[in-house]
Design a protein. Structure first.
Length: 78
């Protein structure tokens, strides 16, 4: 399992930095992903970002948050 976790960490690390104008959207993904709507994604598309770019940034932020939570849980358990 550790190799899979390491692979996920590598995905986050090699993802290009997010453009500044995606900050509001990505903060929403990070803090409360369950509230993201098609409208949120549409706004980022309208700002000129491709679906691929939005997908990659969304996945990287979601994985990063999941790993942060995993690390916190492991600290509590360990």
């Amino acid at each position: 399992m550790n190799e899979h976790i390491a692979e996920l960490r590598a995905v986050v690390e090699r993802t290009a930095p997010a453009p500044d104008d995606m900050g509001k959207y990505l903060a929403k993904v990070h803090e409360r992903a369950y509230t993201v709507t098609d409208t949120d994604v549409g706004e980022v598309l309208a700002a000129g970002h491709s679906q691929d770019e939005i997908f990659e940034q969304t996945v990287a932020v979601a994985i990063g948050e999941g790993l942060r939570r995993l690390d916190a849980a492991l600290r509590v358990i360990g």
